[in-house]
Ligand binder design. Structure first.
Ligand SMILES: [Zn+2]
Length: 460
């Protein structure tokens, strides 16, 4: 028996139209006006928008650095449940190997974390944290295994590679038309400034953003884009957070480089004054890059509005305040970096973007679903409501209101950076490949997620 979603308004990045949508099995099979109701379970979705399932292209749902207490608060089970409850039907998680391990072993380890545990569909960006002939040979193996995107780091001593290694990796990825995203911060400068503040006894969270000023990011963005220009590789910039970085992107685009820019909700709705909160509260917001100035926030919104920013994902990486963030009570440089967010992105972007009139609902669909799907070879299987696509559909009710709260969230972490913020609009129901998996913010069918095999020929 098929399912007929009747009376809703289907929205894509290009426009909206009132259409009935028929789902059969895992797929959307028919769309039109006044579709026949016989042999279908009819769901009345009048006064709701039908949005393609949201995709979060930047999560660290489950990370454990082997130090026990420093594993993330969430894991694949809790993080993916929090995601799908609010409309995120797919994540691209950062698969991160440890030094000396092969990419293949890392892929197997991530499959182990996700398989049978995930409540949303998933795939990974494979992180390249060192470069040698063995890793080089694995780039093609990853693409053959359906992993078409990679991640590298210019900061964090345990993860970063040299410019020469980045250039070599780009050349290899270019051969197979893969996608590369890089964490852009000048790691040497960050280390210098941390050492300086620590030596001066400046140890509170207030100093965290001062060790990673906008120049540290913008310099790395500029360098990354120049190297990509040499390698002639279209590239992604993850979690871009400053006006100066966006200016570097504009320069690259002016010389005809293809650059994709991701930002995150925290850089759009929070700012650096939060580091000065009482009782070590600032530690909750310690992430890298750090929260920025109001001026940067405005520049990012301008980029979201005019298209210079392509996508919004979360960089979800949750650590509890008690027992994890507090490890850095005497020294901000020991505070684990990261914030939760996979649950709150849709409501934040709808509330602060759409209902304020900054962006249209169509633009929101592009930013958190369709354009992500296109960039990462998931389209048109994901990211669009049309016949033949996976029936990943969010029934969005624009009339609801809510308040984000640590006590009611599904994320398995003891705080949320958005605590107390009022929201408008929410996912009334969420379909994952044809199955209703969430209703009114609660998951009703868990662990239904599957690995998404990506095929490079779909990259555009
Ligand atoms: Zn990240």
């Amino acid at each position: 028996m098929s399912i007929l979603l009747k009376g809703g308004i289907v929205v894509s990045a290009k426009g909206r139209r009132q259409l009935d949508v028929r789902i059969d099995g895992e797929k959307i099979v028919e769309m039109g006006t006044h579709l026949k109701t016989e042999n279908s379970t009819v769901e009345d979705v009048t006064e709701c928008f039908l949005l393609p399932g949201f995709i979060d292209a930047h999560t660290h749902l489950e990370l454990n650095n082997g130090k026990g207490s420093m594993g993330t608060a969430d894991n694949f089970y809790t993080g993916s449940k929090a995601a799908v409850a609010k409309g995120t039907t797919a994540v691209i998680d950062m698969a991160t190997p440890s030094k000396g391990s092969s990419l293949k072993d890392c892929l197997a380890a991530w499959d182990q974390l996700a398989k049978g545990n995930s409540s949303c569909d998933y795939t990974y960006h494979m992180s390249i944290i060192e470069w040698n002939p063995a890793i080089k040979a694995e780039v093609k193996a990853m693409i053959d295994a359906g992993i078409t995107s990679f991640k590298m780091y210019m900061a964090y001593d345990n993860l970063r590679t040299t410019d020469a290694e980045i250039f070599e990796a780009m050349n290899e990825i270019h051969k197979y038309q893969g996608m590369l995203g890089i964490h852009c911060e000048n790691g040497d400068m960050v280390n210098e400034m941390i050492a300086q503040f620590v030596a001066e006894g400046k140890l509170s969270p207030h100093y965290h953003p001062l060790t990673r000023p906008d120049s540290v990011e913008a310099e790395a963005v500029e360098r990354y884009l120049m190297i990509a220009d040499l390698a002639n590789l279209p590239v992604n910039i993850v979690h871009l957070s400053t006006k100066r970085s966006l200016e570097a992107v504009k320069r690259a685009r002016a010389r005809n480089q293809k650059v994709f820019v991701e930002t995150c909700p925290q850089y759009l709705v929070l700012d650096e004054h939060l580091y000065d909160g009482p009782d070590f509260e600032g530690a909750k917001y310690v992430c890298s890059p750090p929260l920025r100035s109001i001026g940067d926030q405005q520049a990012l919104w301008d980029g979201v509005i005019d298209g210079q920013v392509n996508t919004i994902s979360t960089d979800h990486c949750s650590f509890n305040f008690e027992g994890q963030k507090t490890i850095g009570k005497e020294d901000f440089s020991k505070i684990p970096n990261g914030m939760p967010g996979v649950e709150t992105r849709p409501e934040l972007i709808y509330t602060y973007g759409v209902t304020t009139g900054k962006i249209s609902l169509e633009r929101m669909v592009g930013l958190i679903s369709e354009d992500i799907a296109k960039q990462f070879a998931l389209y048109p299987q994901k990211g669009i409501i049309q016949a033949g696509s996976d029936a990943d559909i969010v029934i969005w009710d624009p009339k609801t209101t809510g308040v984000i709260s640590a006590t009611t969230q599904l994320q398995n972490v003891d705080y949320t950076p958005y605590d107390g913020m009022q929201t408008k609009g929410s996912a009334k129901a969420v379909y994952l490949r044809g199955q209703k998996v969430a209703e009114n913010g609660q998951v009703i069918a868990e662990k239904q997620g599957k690995f998404i095999f990506r095929n490079i020929s779909k990259n555009n």
